[in-house]
Design a protein around this ligand. Structure first.
Ligand SMILES: [Zn+2]
Ligand SMILES: [Zn+2]
Length: 417
């Protein structure tokens, strides 16, 4: 078996790993680079048969539903088999009706925790991991008697942190090459840790208690861990979490009974459909979706009255609806995403300015979707690979001082296992 990383040896985003054995190949992830302007102007990596046809390219396996891991899929030959988690597929499909530039991917097969999949000479063993993206997998791949472990994106401090401990207690054995993400390196000192989702829940509880009006939380609906954190904090403070149709559909798409959603049995949850979303639903011919929210709907004229007992999963463009409904008295905005999205000229930056203008407090409450350097150290020493190659990092130079057996690779370079 040999491998080449097409993108990711020096950056976060655009992850793509090609594995080859006896002339057959598979890809692990095919992401959109973070700096891509748009899909149309971003070329596919140099993989034979990606756009055209090639009988030797057996499949593309997606670790999870973040676009930096699957964003280029719409450009590939649709005949190529696609593998991903079941919830990953449903969430991507549900989101496609609401998010620009999105597509409804079709999985040929689904990844399942600890269930090996045979793809020609490759045996792929997915391991469910804790990450800000739902239904995320690390993967062991075996071929020609050689063994590779790809971490995907993962962390230890989320709501499924026990999966990380399980991975460390029962690590993949006899790994020749490990590809490990290093997103946190450079963002956090080597001895620093990120707050856990549980700690974030306590912070939200504190803040919701002292918020007179509506608590507006700007977070990604696809960060399911975070939505659960916010829902729990809302419930603990006697508030109702208000979600829009997009978040409702994403929550339903998880297919998990334990995830809050507008469905029988769930309390402290309501659905509000902003004006522009109503237009979008009609335009996309999915207005019938709202029928499934019966019993959960909150109407514009009810917002002001409900505001002091509500938390809204919020985006900047919803401010207009809240303003028109006179529901902003005593409101506070909590930014619960990466601070990088607040950079000058971004939608986050515009929201911050809008809050300033309106005299609405703006506070950041967030934790990373990626493991701290300390947790990465625990993972690397548990797996104890013969060779550790950094991937999904801007700080590969930090690897040799933190981990054993580090070998730096270059994009596009073939590496023999
Ligand atoms: Zn991710
Ligand atoms: Zn990623």
């Amino acid at each position: 078996m040999r491998l080449r990383i097409h993108r990711g040896t020096r950056e976060i985003g655009g992850t793509c790993i090609e594995l080859e054995s006896g002339g057959s190949r598979i890809l692990l992830d095919l992401g959109l680079p973070l700096d891509a302007r748009d899909l149309a102007s971003t070329p596919l990596p140099n993989v034979e048969g990606l756009a055209g046809s090639s009988s030797t390219l057996l499949a593309i396996v997606l670790s999870h539903g973040h676009r930096d891991h699957w964003g280029l899929i719409p450009k590939v030959n649709p005949q190529i088999p696609l593998l991903m988690g079941r919830a990953t597929e449903s969430i991507i499909r549900a989101a496609a009706d609401f998010v620009p530039d999105a597509v409804k991917l079709n999985a040929t097969r689904h990844l399942e925790h600890n269930k090996p999949i045979q793809l020609g000479p490759f045996t792929v063993l997915p391991r469910l991991v804790d990450h800000s993206g739902f239904d995320a997998y690390a993967m062991e791949v075996e071929a020609d008697g050689k063994r590779l472990f790809y971490s995907g994106d993962l962390r230890a401090h989320g709501r499924k942190g026990s999966l990380f401990e399980a991975l460390i207690n029962n690590p993949p054995r006899n790994i020749d090459t490990m590809l490990m993400e290093g997103s946190s390196l450079g963002r956090l000192a080597d001895d620093q840790t990120f707050p856990s989702e549980a700690a974030l829940e306590e912070t939200f509880v504190d803040r919701f208690k002292i918020t007179a009006g509506m608590a507006l939380v700007a977070c990604s609906a696809q960060n399911i861990d975070r939505v659960v954190t916010i829902y729990r904090a809302a419930k603990r403070t006697g508030r109702t979490l208000i979600v829009d149709a997009y978040a409702s559909e994403v929550l339903k798409a998880t297919g998990q009974d334990s995830i809050p959603k507008p469905a029988p049995g769930w309390s402290n949850l309501a659905v509000f459909i902003p004006k522009s979303q109503r237009v979008q639903l009609v335009r996309n011919n999915i207005a019938a979706l709202v029928d499934s929210y019966r019993g959960f709907r909150l109407w514009p004229e009810e917002l002001a009255e409900h505001a002091p007992r509500s938390v809204m999963l919020f985006r900047g463009w919803m401010m207009r609806d809240l303003d028109q409904a006179k529901a902003l008295a005593g409101a506070k905005v909590f930014w619960s995403q990466w601070d990088g999205y607040l950079s000058e000229g971004s939608a986050g930056d515009a929201l911050k300015a809008d809050c300033e203008r309106r005299g609405i407090t703006f506070e950041s409450i967030h934790t990373s979707g990626h493991a701290s350097p300390g947790d990465l150290k625990r993972l690397a020493s548990a797996v104890d690979p013969k060779r550790l190659i950094p991937i999904h990092t801007f700080e590969r130079e930090k690897f040799p001082s933190l981990f054993q057996n580090v070998v730096l690779a270059d994009d596009d370079e073939w590496i023999d296992m």
